[in-house]
Design a protein around this ligand. Structure first.
Ligand SMILES: Cc1cc2nc3c(=O)[nH]c(=O)nc-3n(C[C@H](O)[C@H](O)[C@H](O)COP(=O)(O)O)c2cc1C
Ligand code: SF4
Ligand code: SF4
Length: 457
């Protein structure tokens, strides 16, 4: 609970003020098979998003496309002959797989997810448009005033008009920021997608990361969206871009006029095979295993990498970060590397909305303890330590492992690996200091905190 002495969490991104950097990343609401009535869709999804806000989220994301009829006509002109599964008739099915089998210290393994197939029919689209308009109306009426709405808009094929249509409509409906989504992993699962990617040929369906890994297209789409609207525009990129390509892509995005970048969307994954069922994965009620989206704690390190790289090499672009945050501390870590927003997604699906509350309370407490008056004071603080390899003084040869015999339980774990300096002498752990490389591997091995690195005498 906030009290008179607890700091506020205000933060600015792309010129817009947010009451907290913590919120829930975009989760494409299920339009189609599950809910076909626009009214019900808007009501139930609105309630979910408002609950995020009531739990303390600093912003609300809505996701989706709006296609004008003439844009749909243009897409139809580009459609390929039959057999390519471009216009599946009947909306989406979605399916998740439960795989949180990883053990500490890795945390929850994450989530594999597949909506299928990719629709694009004018009829389906009409229903979706109505539903999203209604949803936006509910949000505008009921959300707290200091909670901005970010509209995450997808496009079709490589036709910039499809993103522009969405961005303009979201703006008219009252979005505060537009996020151009060119990063969904799911389109990679479609027949022919890999080949199309290499041929730079994009059929008239949702293309996600297949577009996002083409800097020319991303720049053009961004430029056109920026031109079309008067609110700040950002671009959500993919973990698949990787380092160092992310730096070049971010530069193109910034130069096209975007004010922020969102790094990043879920990875392209494949569900783990069930080794006790001859390799058939655990997807419930599915007879095959398409490449899918995968998210969760395993994304955190690449997320930190991209945040750090963009903050370091691409000045002038604000950063929203998502990818593998499953503890409140992760939000602060991402921000210290340069992010202005820290977004929870799989963490909330797995642990519930209390993760939003916990993260906000943690940040408040952390600020009091550490003496920060505002969130802005710790954003990017860790950047000063990011150096080129040659410029880091690693004190080579000057550090050595030291054992605390009182804490050592003699479990033997530290000598059962690759270390050439530790050994057991009648059950007691000993260190041949002259052989110690100072690598610190033993500190990781020891669960009793009995080994640390010290300066050599
Ligand atoms: C079920 C589900 C649906 C998602 N839908 C969208 C979406 O519609 N648009 C989008 O940009 N990202 C979407 N994402 C990606 C998340 O916003 C987020 O970028 C990604 O999951 C990484 O964060 P995490 O590891 O904390 O989940 C979705 C993720 C999940 C798990
Ligand atoms: S620091 Fe590395 S080399 Fe030295 S004792 Fe530990 S694991 Fe062995
Ligand atoms: S891992 Fe730690 S507790 Fe176990 S033997 Fe080595 S130093 Fe002792």
């Amino acid at each position: 609970m906030k009290n008179a002495t607890s700091p506020n969490l205000n933060v600015t991104m792309a010129g817009i003020q947010f009451r907290s950097p913590v919120g829930v990343a975009p989760i494409g609401a299920h339009w189609g098979k599950g809910i076909k009535d626009p009214e019900i869709y808007a009501e139930v999804n609105g309630e979910i998003l408002l609950k995020h806000a009531r739990a303390g989220a600093g912003y609300i994301y809505i996701a989706g496309a709006f296609l004008k009829e003439e844009t749909i006509d243009k897409l139809h002109d580009r459609a390929r002959p039959e057999g390519e599964h471009q216009f599946p008739p009947d909306g989406m099915s979605t399916r998740a797989i439960k795989t949180n089998t990883a053990v500490a210290p890795y945390g929850l393994e994450g989530m594999y997810f597949i909506p299928s197939p990719f629709w694009l029919s004018a009829e389906h689209e009409k229903g979706g448009v109505l539903a999203k308009e209604k949803l936006m109306k509910i949000l505008k009426k009921k959300k707290p005033e200091d909670v901005p709405i970010i509209a995450n808009t997808i496009g079709m094929g490589d036709l910039p008009d499809t993103w522009v249509d969405g961005a303009k409509r979201w703006e008219e409906l009252g979005a505060d920021l537009i996020e151009v989504n060119v990063s969904c992993p799911l389109p990679t699962t479609m027949r022919g997608a890999v080949n199309d990617f290499f041929q730079k040929s994009f059929p008239a369906r949702f293309q996600g990361v297949l577009i996002g890994d083409n800097p020319d297209l991303v720049e053009e789409i961004t430029r056109q969206v920026v031109k079309a609207v008067n609110i700040p525009v950002g671009v959500k990129i993919s973990v698949e871009t990787g380092f160092p390509r992310v730096v070049g892509l971010a530069e193109r995005i910034r130069d096209a006029g975007a004010k922020f970048i969102h790094t990043f969307n879920s990875a392209v994954g494949i569900a783990p095979p069930n080794i006790y069922d001859r390799g058939k994965p655990l997807w419930p009620f599915m007879d095959g295993s398409p490449f899918c989206m995968a998210s969760g704690s395993f994304l955190r390190i690449p997320c930190y990498r991209d945040v750090a790289a963009i903050a370091r090499f691409v000045p002038g672009l604000d950063i929203a970060a998502a990818g593998g945050f499953v503890l409140p501390e992760h939000c602060v870590e991402a921000m210290m590397l340069g992010a202005r927003l820290a977004q929870l997604c799989t963490g909330v699906i797995e642990q519930g909305r209390s993760l939003i509350k916990q993260s906000n309370s943690f940040i408040r407490k952390f600020m009091v303890e550490q003496g920060y008056q505002s969130v802005e004071e710790f954003i990017g603080l860790g950047q000063q330590y990011i150096k080129y390899n040659e410029d880091v003084d690693m004190m080579g040869g000057k550090v050595v492992a030291e054992l605390d015999e009182e804490k050592c339980t003699k479990c033997g774990r530290c000598i059962d690996n690759i270390c050439t300096a530790l050994y057991s002498d009648k059950g007691k752990i000993k260190i041949r200091a002259e052989r110690c490389a100072g690598c610190g591997g033993c500190m990781i091995a020891c669960q009793s905190d009995a080994i640390k690195l010290v300066l050599r005498e």
